[in-house]
Ligand binder design. Structure first.
Ligand SMILES: [Zn+2]
Length: 101
């Protein structure tokens, strides 16, 4: 009986990789285009008002001005365009409904 018995209360040795720490991980929050970590999260944008930037985790690179999703690291240009079109249609629709009364 020279074999060590595993302690049932000890953490397993083969641990899952720790979840990526949102703040310290490299690449997360950094600009996918130029790699700069000088990014900012706008609370208000011309295309999305107050809601849009929150919806897309919109982050803007201070170095090159690239707008991207800080969760996916992908460009937000596509989602912004869709969002902008949807909002515009909704606003036009609301005006049309209001005007027809
Ligand atoms: Zn950049």
């Amino acid at each position: 009986m020279n074999q060590e018995r595993p302690n049932p209360y000890a953490a397993p040795t083969a641990q899952m990789p720790r979840p990526v720490a949102s703040m310290s991980a490299t690449g997360v929050g950094a600009c996918p285009r130029c790699g700069s970590s000088a990014t900012k999260k706008p609370t208000f944008t011309w295309w999305g008002g107050l809601l849009g930037p929150k919806l897309f985790s919109h982050t803007i690179c201070s170095a090159c001005g690239f707008g991207f999703n800080s969760k996916t690291g992908e460009s937000n240009t596509g989602p912004i365009a869709i969002y902008f079109v949807v909002i515009t249609v909704l606003i036009i629709g609301a005006y049309a409904v209001a005007g027809s009364r």
